[in-house]
Design a protein around this ligand. Structure first.
Ligand code: 86X
Length: 722
């Protein structure tokens, strides 16, 4: 029987493996470290808490012309040019090269740049025979701890070299301990040759530039550690989405990493966006009478488990506080994963009569859910910020109206504020919040082909009021159980807007939430009249500021205009105003729009009006662009085959569906089974329903469920999903 391979170097799989094998290790998260120099800088500034001496490693996956493959884990400073490696592996010069991308994926199941010693564990039994593993002798002899990068470029695993060796041996690999140092005589040899080469060059004279270039190129290829400039975004959104995302949010200074997995620092460039979202949504809900509260962070065990049924499924995610200083906290107290069990006992106390209803409560807080799935900043984190609204009503209908009103506000946050199109709908029975009657949601579709739940609004019916005894006396003085809703929107919003709008130059921020909407960059050469240029910049700045526009005048002397352009583009500022002496002599400036990268000139007297106009234009243009993207990636499928085809293209698939929970389970199982059997790499292995859209196209009489033979009752949207 073949088991599904785990895709090492997936960080969580490695963590699990090492813990299963009881191997002491430390996995640290960090900004994406794509090359050795920034990695060394990082670990010099932030030394890992491991036994010294420690050293950062590099990993190479090489092929021999004769067909053999080598995986090498070596100290970062061990010299490993190809000539030398040929010598060490006793083969003719030129026979050893980097293995191609398809070898990486078919053997190690990894992307370029992600090879490491653990990826050996992805080899099939057959492949094991073809790959030699070499561990640098220097590591084993001289270091207590070695750092194995990159697990996804954003984390490094530190462990003992001997532990790595015995782990791999236990898994059936031969670990060759190889000395990569150059012997003295070989070194001399090399120098001699070098001298010869140089002599040749001189002979040829300076004219032969072509040859020089070629030699340079060859030299480059000789050194697999060749540094690449790491100023802008290195990864491409369409090639390596997840590393592109990490780079975008760190280089723009939205996020910094933290030494607890799944927790991140929100820096002002992202927190200000959250403040914009808060301001907008808070305004909307206050206008319908919702009040803000602040309930405690902690839940007692008793309260949390009061309503066992729905909590049970979630309980692995609850984080507990068990100690204070050296003493025990007994019984332990939980950190809120959501606040039903904190708020509802108070609601029961506060509500006596129909005159106390509706009770409309909200809080803006942090939440902790100790998830084990791969964390992604903003999208899936162990601590996150959100608002949670909880309302209590006298009737079913009133609660239902509240559910949809809030769902509409959530749609407005995403579409009108963040320019991200979403699909409002109802979750299936399998995907709803089990504590309630029904769950409505807005769902988004990301450029990596994944669906994403953007926010939810639940009708809780009377389930919680029964449990917490939230009852009221109606007008006839009769005791009634109350009807409830709850709804939440999180900082995931920021992740979605970055993923949707960002491009290969970095963030692209919608004007309504951009912390800075306009940046003014003067272009001044030393000969220019500084006073005139700076004076004009300040003037424009004052005018825009007065008009209520969030503007920065980047007049710093430290950087060139080109450097400033790149920085503000990376940070996604919607409009740049650039101007120099020449522009001013024509009474004009140049506008640059971040979203479509277009430039045009504007007369000085029109700057304020034109900025206002363009901020609106950009906001709309960004939304329309996303609507088009989602439209292009949406297909309708009436049968299972076209459904699969759509999924495999990475599409959102609409299907006529019977609404049956068993049917939904069977679809998921079938898709998984097909992927496991398939030879093709890109076959989608998991799918789920996102929701059943509120806007339903007509279902023709007699239409059957796309999967089973039952009558189709609704359209449902399916996709891969976060
Ligand atoms: C479900 C339901 C609901 C208020 C919302 O979706 C909006 C705001 N709450 C949240 N949910 C849990 O109930 C839950 C409970 C525990 Cl104990 C947990 F560890 C994780 C949870 N995750 C989600």
């Amino acid at each position: 029987m073949s088991s599904t391979p785990v895709n090492y170097p997936d960080k969580d799989s490695i963590a699990k493996l090492l813990s299963d094998e009881k191997i002491q290790n430390l996995i640290v998260d960090h900004e994406p470290l794509l090359t050795i120099p920034p990695a060394l800088e990082h670990f010099t500034k932030n030394p890992p808490a491991v036994e010294a001496p420690f050293i950062y490693c590099k990993n190479l996956f090489l092929k021999n012309k004769a067909g053999g493959l080598y995986l090498i884990t070596a100290a970062h400073d061990t010299k490993t040019d190809y000539k030398l490696l040929c010598k060490i592996f006793k083969t003719k010069n030129g026979n050893i090269r980097e293995a191609e991308k398809d070898k990486l994926s078919s053997y190690l199941h990894c992307e370029p740049g992600h090879v490491n010693s653990f990826s050996l564990l992805n080899l099939s039994e057959e492949q094991k025979k073809e790959v030699q593993f070499h561990l640098d002798k220097n590591l084993v002899d001289n270091y207590k701890t070695i750092g194995i990068p990159p697990m996804n470029s954003s984390s490094t695993c530190w462990l003992k070299p001997d532990d790595l060796k015995s782990l791999l041996e236990k898994k059936g690999f031969t670990v060759n301990i190889t000395d990569f140092t150059v012997k003295e005589e070989e070194k001399k040899d090399e120098n001699k040759n070098k001298g010869k080469d140089e002599g040749k060059k001189k002979e040829k004279g300076e004219g032969n530039k072509k040859q020089d270039k070629k030699e340079k190129k060859e030299k480059k290829n000789e050194n697999p550690d060749e540094d690449i400039s790491a100023l802008g975004i290195q990864n491409k959104k369409e090639e390596n989405f997840s590393d592109w995302y990490s780079e975008c949010i760190t280089k723009s200074e939205m996020i910094d990493y933290y030494d607890i997995s799944g927790c991140y620092i929100l820096r002002p460039w992202s927190y200000e966006i959250w403040e914009k979202i808060q301001e907008y949504l808070d305004g909307l809900i206050k206008a319908i009478g919702v009040k803000n509260y602040n309930f405690p962070l902690f839940v007692s065990q008793k309260a949390l488990f009061k309503e066992k049924e729905h909590v049970e499924g979630f309980s692995p995610e609850v984080a507990w506080v068990t100690k204070s200083g050296k003493g025990e906290i007994d019984p332990p107290i939980a950190i809120r994963p959501t606040s039903e069990t904190i708020m509802y006992p108070a609601f029961a106390k506060w509500i006596r009569s129909h005159r106390d209803l509706p009770l409309l409560a909200n809080q803006w807080t942090n939440i902790v859910r100790w998830e084990f799935k791969n964390p992604t900043p903003f999208i899936r984190t162990r601590e996150f910020l959100w608002q949670e609204g909880h309302t209590v009503h006298a009737t079913y209908e009133e609660a239902e109206q509240m559910v949809y009103k809030i769902l509409e506000y959530y749609r407005m946050v995403y579409e009108d504020l963040c320019a991200c199109p979403v699909i409002p709908g109802i979750k299936t029975e399998n995907e709803k919040f089990p504590g309630g009657l029904f769950t409505s949601s807005i769902e988004g579709f990301l450029p990596n082909g994944k669906g994403v739940q953007c926010a939810t609004s639940h009708h809780l019916g009377q389930n919680f009021s029964k449990m917490f005894e939230i009852v009221f006396l109606d007008k006839e003085k009769k005791k009634q159980l109350a009807w409830q809703t709850s709804w939440g929107l999180t900082t995931r919003t920021i992740g979605v807007l970055v993923m949707m709008h960002g491009d290969n130059k970095g963030l692209v921020l919608p004007p309504k939430v951009a912390p800075t909407q306009v940046v003014i960059v003067p272009i001044k050469t030393s000969k220019d009249n500084a006073e005139e240029i700076m004076g004009k910049g300040n003037e424009i700045y004052d005018q825009l500021k007065k008009a209520g526009i969030r503007v920065i005048f980047d007049d710093s002397e430290m950087h060139t205009p080109g450097w400033k352009y790149a920085q503000w583009e990376l940070k996604g500022v919607p409009i740049r105003i650039e101007y120099g002496k020449k522009d001013l002599s024509k009474d004009q400036v140049t506008f640059f729009c971040r979203d479509n990268l277009e430039k045009f000139t504007v007369k000085l007297e029109n700057v304020v009006d034109k900025i206002k106009e363009m901020l609106d234009v950009i906001q709309k243009r960004m939304f329309e662009k996303q609507v088009e993207r989602v439209k292009k990636a949406t297909t309708h499928a009436n049968d299972f085959n076209s459904f699969l085809e759509g999924l495999n293209k990475g599409n959102l698939v609409y299907t006529p569906w019977c609404k049956d929970s068993d049917c939904e389970d069977k679809v998921k199982a079938k898709v998984k089974e097909i992927a496991e059997k398939s030879e093709e790499q890109d076959t989608v292995g998991t799918c789920k329903t996102l929701n059943m859209p509120l806007k339903q196209e007509k279902i023709e009489e007699g239409t059957k469920c796309f999967f089973c033979d039952k009558k189709a009752l609704t359209w449902a949207i399916w996709g891969r999903s976060y």
